[in-house]
Design a protein around this ligand. Structure first.
Ligand code: ZN
Length: 355
């Protein structure tokens, strides 16, 4: 009994240190973000810094990024995490409703709650006028003998990674209800449509991995024309193309308008673009402090290594592929922040973090 008490006291002490270390880390991270120090180190975002330099998993990086941003607005969040009253896994929910104005009354409602419990508090505090639209991709596992009609099992799509779990209600952050475990329809059934409001439907669809790859390729290809497009917008754009084609076949649509793009001073010929794209493998070539390249396939741009403004030519040797964020970071390194803020206000700040 005495030994068990002593062991327990040691565990409690270790747990307090874990909470306190997490709180200190997040407060320091908030300061790091406030100074945009990740940009100075060549990273595209705080999330990229956490994932690539500190080697945190994407989920762990996302929780810490959200916490660091919230702490900059509400310092009490850092204290609550450090004291173990607030669970890091609930931070995404906390960030939805807690503000600099309301934290004194709203923040304590989340003390000791798991992520799922926090979701309920948010729903009570902030009922949605319309249910949120969402896209969840979950793998479907089907028993080999029941490929056609067997029951499918869906894994939860949200990473419910448990950080310092000491103050979270045991088990509840990773517990699954029966409904969640059995959300996937067997593969042969038609897509399921659930009415949500007069105009909104939830659409459950079982697709192949090939389909998802094409969807991602379409998103990357359209990242410029339609940044941040949702799955619905991408699919609707594709359906519009199909319908337009069908209507054209029936002679329903007049000739498409022809508006050739205006030539710019920094115009890069198509054959140069093709060669650069092939050489760079369609990935951002910006070199990180670690020596590896960024490799992002998101919002890619053709970047003049020696800028056009400084006499750089649009040749294969002088053009490379970068993601939008690294294109801006490169320009800031060449021209300096003052110049960019004055002459390129559109590039004064980095685009919103898309994770
Ligand atoms: Zn990049």
């Amino acid at each position: 009994m005495d030994t068990a008490r002593a062991l327990s006291a040691n565990l409690a002490s270790l747990l307090r240190r874990e909470h306190s270390a997490l709180g200190a880390f997040l407060v320091a991270l908030a300061d790091f973000d406030r100074r945009r120090a990740w940009m100075t180190l060549g990273h595209a975002s705080l999330f990229a810094y956490l994932h690539r330099e500190l080697r945190l998993s994407k989920a762990a990086a996302q929780y810490r990024k959200v916490a660091a941003e919230l702490i900059q607005e509400v310092a009490a969040v850092g204290e609550a995490l450090g004291e173990g009253r607030l669970c890091l896994t609930s931070i995404v929910e906390v960030a939805r409703v807690v503000t600099a104005e309301n934290w004194e009354t709203v923040l304590p409602k989340f003390f000791g709650l798991s992520r799922r419990e926090a979701m309920k508090v948010v729903a009570e505090l902030q009922p949605h006028p319309a249910p949120p639209t969402r896209t969840i991709v979950s793998p479907v596992r089907t028993a080999p003998s029941e490929v056609a009609a067997g029951p499918a099992f869906a894994l939860p799509a949200l990473p419910l990674e448990v950080g310092p779990a000491g103050n979270c209600t045991p088990g509840s952050s990773s517990e699954l209800t029966d409904r969640e475990v059995n959300t996937s329809a067997p593969t042969h059934r038609p897509a399921e449509v659930v009415p949500l409001t007069a105009d909104l439907r939830r659409f459950h669809l079982t697709v192949s991995d090939r389909f998802l790859k094409k969807l991602q390729a379409a998103r990357d290809a359209l990242a410029h024309a339609r940044p941040g497009a949702t799955e619905e917008e991408l699919l609707e754009a594709g359906l519009d193309l199909l319908l337009e084609k069908a209507a054209k076949r029936k002679g329903l649509v007049s000739k498409p308008r022809k508006t050739p793009p205006p030539a710019k001073a920094d115009h890069i010929p198509a054959h140069v673009k093709r060669a650069v794209w092939e050489r760079d493998g369609g990935r951002c070539q910006f070199r990180l402090p670690s020596g590896e390249i960024c490799g992002s396939t998101h919002q890619l741009e053709f970047d003049h290594i020696e800028p056009v403004a400084l006499g750089g030519a649009s040749t294969v040797d002088n053009v490379r592929i970068t993601c939008r964020r690294h294109n801006i970071i490169s320009a800031r390194r060449v021209f300096g922040d003052d110049w960019m803020d004055r002459y390129a206000p559109g590039k004064a700040s980095l685009p919103a973090d898309t994770g």
